[in-house]
Design a protein around this ligand. Sequence first.
Ligand code: SF4
Length: 410
Amino acid sequence: MTTSCHHPPAHLVDKDKVSINPRLLHNTDQKKEDRRKMLAGERPAGCEYCWKIEDMGSDAVSDRVYKSKIYPIEALDEAFETPATTDVSLRTLEIAFDRTCQFACSYCNPAFSSTWVNDIRKNGPYNGLVSDGRNHFTHTHDTSQLYKFGETNPYVEAFFRWWESDLHRTLQELRITGGEPLMSGETWKLIDWFKHNPGRSQTRLAINSNLGTAVDIDRLLDSIAGLEIDLYTSNESMGLQAEYIRDGLVWDDWANNVERLLDSGKFRTVHVMNTINALCLYSLDQFLECIMNWKIEYGRDAVSFTLNILRFPSFQSPLVLPDELRTIFRKRLEVWLDAWWDSEFLHEHEVNHVQRLIDYLDIVKTPHSEAFDRPKLLNDFKQFYTQYDQRRGKCFSLAFPALTPWYDTL
Ligand code: SF4
């Protein structure tokens, strides 16, 4: 599957065509038609998210503007002047070779995690969900992985042919994601390519990893000698709360692995991506404190963080929380930001992300929209976590005692 950003739905790539021309992994007929429409001033339907923002008024800046800003104006001019039918070279690429993952995080689903697939195979679909995203928890999403291990995968073969012919020269950044990419043989094949071809590619390599217990940190540190790598890892809460939200994570192992990467000095930056959901707010301020301690020990740029507000599944959004809890969590973040906003260890974008979240949690600034179907979301919140507890051997009230009086009323 391919998509040009995370908003339009992904579409299937033609495997017979990529066997002949690997550039068609990206340059699909659909993308060429979308380009033709954009060049003619029309609006491809898949980009609806940005059109809606832009229709809000001239001050509303859509994601396509932010995403285009990373390119120099000459590159944007070149894109504008290139015929829609051209098989263009890529400058940035994020790729997932497969969905192998030893975690089954609550906000993930079987399309991205083989452990989530095992949950659905063993226990069947999650029942009683009624909000918009319910189908993600009812089946194993087999179209997300068409080939079994050991089978020849024509898409992966096409990628490596394209990599050898042009991509290693044209790509400015290659980011490998998953599943857990460090459990995929293809990721190690690519890391080995860099190791055995020093100086042949200027592409910046970035790897996403959950840094869980099973990730082979020794092998990673051994294999990347001489390479400059950015490592992205996800987490957004402390200890027991993190282990509840990100099923499979062992807090001490995750924190030790982060420290091992920082101690090694082999990574340009370790980026901690926080997926802001209803449950993480419980200990988010302590988690940010933990990141600040790493910054103070290892340097401002050695570790950085982003706060990305979860939009899907919407029943796990912070907006499902009652106003009084949102207010408590907002105030904790205000206290945190008051203490740190002028610290030399914080990047401007980090201050902005915390402030943006404070605004988002402000019940005056972000009232529940009419489209926000609260009863359905509350139903799904209770249904989902009740079944999650049974399937995963967890206990909501043990992990989140302060949320339990509200949870018990649902
Ligand atoms: S670590 Fe990533 S891919 Fe794995 S279950 Fe969690 S969110 Fe999904």
